[in-house]
Design a protein around this ligand. Structure first.
Ligand code: CA
Ligand code: CA
Ligand code: CA
Ligand code: CA
Length: 115
C-alpha cells in the first residue's frame, strides 16, 4: 500500500515539473510556435544572433525564432537585422507570445535589446 502511494506521488511531481518550464528569469526564444522545439535564453543584449546556437544542440538561432517567453521584469526588443536595425518586435516584461507569425516576425530576429 505505501509503496504504491509513493510511486503515484512521484509521477505527479514529475508532471508538475514539466508544466513549470524554464525556471530562470531570462528572456527565452524558441525554434517553433507554442514554445516548441529548441530554445535559447538571454540575460542581456546580443547585437548579432549569427553566432548563436540553440541550447539543446547545434543549429543557428538567427532567423529561426518563432515564439518567445519573457520572464524578465524588463521589456525586450527583437530586431530584424544585426546591430538593432530594421523592423522590430517588442516583448513586454513578463509576457509570452506563442506565435510570432501574426506579428510579422516569424524567423526574422537577428538581434536582441533589453530595455
Ligand atoms: Ca550573438
Ligand atoms: Ca522557427
Ligand atoms: Ca503573436
Ligand atoms: Ca533577420
Amino acid at each position: 500500500m505505501w509503496r504504491r502511494l509513493s510511486v503515484v506521488v512521484g509521477v505527479v511531481a514529475l508532471g508538475f515539473a514539466g508544466l513549470v518550464g524554464p525556471a530562470s528569469a531570462d528572456f527565452w526564444v524558441y525554434e517553433h510556435d507554442d514554445q516548441g522545439g529548441r530554445s535559447e535564453n538571454f540575460t542581456g543584449d546580443d547585437s548579432n544572433l549569427f553566432n548563436n546556437v540553440w541550447n539543446d544542440s547545434g543549429g543557428n538561432v538567427n532567423d529561426n525564432i518563432s515564439s518567445m517567453r519573457n520572464n524578465e521584469n524588463r521589456g525586450v526588443t527583437m530586431y530584424e537585422h544585426a546591430n538593432y536595425a530594421g523592423d522590430d518586435y517588442y516583448a513586454r516584461p513578463n509576457s509570452e507570445d506563442d506565435d510570432l507569425t501574426n506579428n510579422g516576425f516569424d524567423n526574422i530576429a537577428s538581434s536582441i535589446d533589453f530595455s
